[in-house]
Design a protein around this ligand. Structure first.
Ligand SMILES: [Zn+2]
Length: 295
């Protein structure tokens, strides 16, 4: 079995280094024959209507400054097109997961983008987009990036079908809010038991709210080798994190979209962590199939 994964060369323009590294992960996942890659159709402006403020969306589509670069990366047509392709991948991954249980988008979730503008290298919030375009489904973001999902938190207060729980080392403005929960854990300071306790708390929330779809932000930037990491998870602990979230989803029978999310080490190191996440997803699915066959 291979993992259905959405990726397009448009996600990774050479002119945007933070995105260019996604291509390295795509190549590695393909070389190891772990994924079945699908190139998504980019979203158009109509699909984004009502997500962010109209003035911001219009500026981002046309490159009108200063709003167009409010996410902190200089706007370019390549950045816009990468964003629209990744958002298309989010929607297609969500549709696939709802039908078949799991999919990955080898993209950023863009969890810092707030309703009025982009922020923190995130132009358009691709997690909130799913909640907006799928109002019939309850969407629960399990955000395990190094940075708190402040943008998604603001969207959760606006979209009644969007829930978000962030476990982070860097708060980034993320506080508890409406349908939003925030857990700051720094393993070197608090110990891994505190991280595990936060995961259990999130699992309790999933049990309580029983969403129709989980969006799992499997951030690689909480890895101990990442220059931005305060969470400080070793590779083994990252695997434990991934397995915990993916197994919780399987036990509760909730489909999952795995989003690669952040990573700031060398591209090859991030690719190794993304590969580990994909292997966890395949392992949980394989166990699931074995259990079904045994029963
Ligand atoms: Zn991050």
């Amino acid at each position: 079995m291979r993992l259905r994964t959405y990726f397009s060369p448009a996600y990774a323009p050479a002119s945007v280094p933070t995105l260019a590294r996604l291509a390295v992960a795509a190549n590695e996942l393909t070389r190891l024959n772990l994924v079945e890659l699908r190139e998504p159709k980019s979203v158009d402006a109509d699909m984004l209507a009502g997500l962010h403020d109209e003035a911001y969306l219009s500026a981002f589509m046309k490159g009108e400054e200063p709003l167009a670069s409010s996410q902190g990366i200089a706007w370019s047509p390549e950045l816009r097109d990468a964003t629209l392709a990744m958002l298309g991948g989010q929607l297609e991954a969500a549709r696939h997961a709802l039908r078949h249980g799991i999919a990955m988008n080898l993209a950023r979730g863009f969890h810092h983008a707030v309703p009025s503008r982009g922020s923190g290298f995130c132009p358009v919030n691709g997690l909130a987009l799913i909640a907006l375009r799928m109002p019939q489904h309850r969407i629960f973001v399990v955000d395990c990036d190094e940075h708190g999902g402040n943008g998604t938190e603001e969207f959760a207060a606006r979209l009644p079908n969007l829930y978000t729980a962030s476990i982070f080392g860097t708060r980034f403005g993320c506080l508890d809010g409406e349908r939003s929960w925030a857990f700051e854990v720094r393993v070197p300071r608090d110990g891994f038991a505190a991280y595990r306790a936060a995961l259990h708390h999130v699992q309790d929330l999933l049990c309580k709210y029983r969403p129709d779809l989980i969006l799992y932000q499997a951030g690689a930037d909480c890895h101990v080798g990442d220059p931005k990491s305060r969470v400080g998870l070793t590779t083994r602990r990252l695997v434990e994190r991934d397995l915990f979230v993916l197994r919780a989803a399987r036990r509760l029978d909730i489909p999952v979209v795995v989003v690669a999310a952040g990573g700031y080490q060398k591209a090859s190191a991030i690719a190794t962590l993304n590969v580990a996440t994909a292997r966890c997803a395949l392992r949980v699915r394989a166990n699931d199939r074995a259990t079904r066959e045994r029963d």
